[in-house]
Design a protein around this ligand. Sequence first.
Ligand SMILES: [Zn+2]
Length: 323
Amino acid sequence: MKRPSLAVAANRVFAVATLGALSYSPAAAQGIDYSRLEIKTTDLGQGVYLLNWQGGDSLILVGDDGVLLVDTSVAAMGDKIKAAIGKVSDKPIKLIVNTHAHADHVGANEALAKGGATIVAHANLRDRMAKGFTAFGQAIPPAPPAALPTVIYADAMTLHFDGETVQLFHPPNAHTDSDTLVHFRRANVIHASGTIGGDGGYVFFDMASGGSLAGTIVAEDKMLSLADDKTRIVADEGDPASTEMLRASRDMLVALRTRVQKLIDEGKSEDEAVAAKPTKEFDAQWVHQGNFLTGDAMTRMAYQSLKSARPPTTPNPSGGLPR
Ligand SMILES: [Zn+2]
């Protein structure tokens, strides 16, 4: 499993955290020089390509008539995304799917939809973009109309595009409250909308954006129900994860939930739960040097999420409800 270097981790869009308060600083505050970031294009087969730039990775599906784009990246990367698409297709972008309302997934919507693309997303994403929202401590102002999704859905939706069947599923309160899992059935690729950690690391659920531990487990279960042993699962960064990695992540999260819930039931405070080191046996595998997601950070996130026990806002597409 590829491990990000410190330099790469430092370039990660949301890599800085004050662990005690679990508050995160956006890339803008770190002065990331996007002009130095390159997009790496990987052919995943059947017309699907991964566009990887160390932030909210994009996917494209290239057909005879046009291009379907999943996630537009930050505004500053829009031209590079466009250029990367241009290297594999001279056709226009026809459809854009936004996986969730974080700036590295919706930031270049307006620029990339300019040629007439239709933007599709979950209803909560349009809501957040229309009203403006705060993510990672960064206030995102209301988006201009041209950047907003015009086709929205509630639980699930199917797109037929140049012979491919693209299924969209909304897992409630997972990485955020606006997630879309995107399943390319023929290509056997799933975009995880941030519900699995990049490069095999711990997964981040953004509670300030409606995310939760329980919902992230449900999202991973949903992806496992769609996957076979050859499925590639696209996280926010790095190489796609395997189904085996996804299963390991789900099992780790379930164990973490059980342990932290037990500590809560025993009346332990958040600091006492951290001191009990419930992630101890997992950290060697799931903590990456330079990443803000340490074992202690995961324990704090799990504690806060289970303590608030936010119920899902919409029915879970896979049938079960988070416990
Ligand atoms: Zn995200």
